[in-house]
Design a protein around this ligand. Structure first.
Ligand code: MAN
Ligand code: CA
Length: 194
């Protein structure tokens, strides 16, 4: 079975090839990432470099969409809007689930509309396991927020939920897609968004 790391490696290799072809590699001590976010001005390109850059980008886009096709076919990812969802199939407590999503460069899956809720539900059903969502209760009891502290703009609470009155600070998704506030130390499926 082809692993995630294989695909990551392919993507990174493609980026490095691009970088070398354009002779725009960041110098010693500077990473490609630094180059992307740190530079005040993008480097000026000649017309021929610009054409080459465009061709490389079109090719990269094509390669990435083929990789996404493979991963989607194998049901290793689901795409909804601009989000990509994936699970490692593991059941862990809330903090560990969030940590493994962040370690992979994402965060816990967070439904912000019905379409995203359905996509996450697809994975919950695939594994037949309740999953933690990227939502937590704030200081005020009953006030749930996104992990980044922003207020919720969509909810899908199960009937009579949330009912924890400050004692259930995390949120799980049931296998019908509805939500329950739940203690954070339970073992639930990890689903990440990227
Ligand atoms: C359990 C917990 C609660 C939930 C109730 C619903 O006690 O999972 O979070 O609200 O069941 O009956
Ligand atoms: Ca509850």
């Amino acid at each position: 079975m082809l692993s995630y790391s294989f695909y990551t490696l392919t993507a990174v290799a493609a980026l490095l090839v691009t970088c070398h072809a354009l002779c725009k590699c960041p110098g010693p001590g500077l990473s490609w990432r630094d180059g992307l976010k740190g530079q005040p001005h993008p480097p000026r390109l000649s017309d021929s470099q610009d054409t080459k850059f465009y061709d490389v980008l079109v090719n990269l886009k094509h390669r990435l969409s083929r990789l996404e096709g493979v991963l989607a076919l194998k049901e290793e990812i689901r795409e909804v809007g601009e989000k990509m969802l994936a699970s490692n199939g593991k059941r862990v407590d809330f903090a560990s689930a969030l940590q493994s999503c962040e370690d992979a460069g994402g965060t816990l899956a967070t439904p912000t509309n019905e379409e995203e809720n359905k996509a996450i539900l697809g994975i919950v059903k695939q594994y037949n396991q309740y999953a933690y969502l990227g939502i937590k209760e704030g200081e005020i009891s009953g006030q749930f927020k996104y992990i980044n502290g922003m207020p919720l703009n969509y909810t899908n609470w199960h009937r009579y939920e949330p009912n924890g009155k400050g004692r259930e600070k995390c949120v799980e998704m049931y296998t019908d897609g509805s939500w329950n506030d739940k203690k954070c130390n339970q073992y639930r499926l990890t689903i990440c968004e990227f």
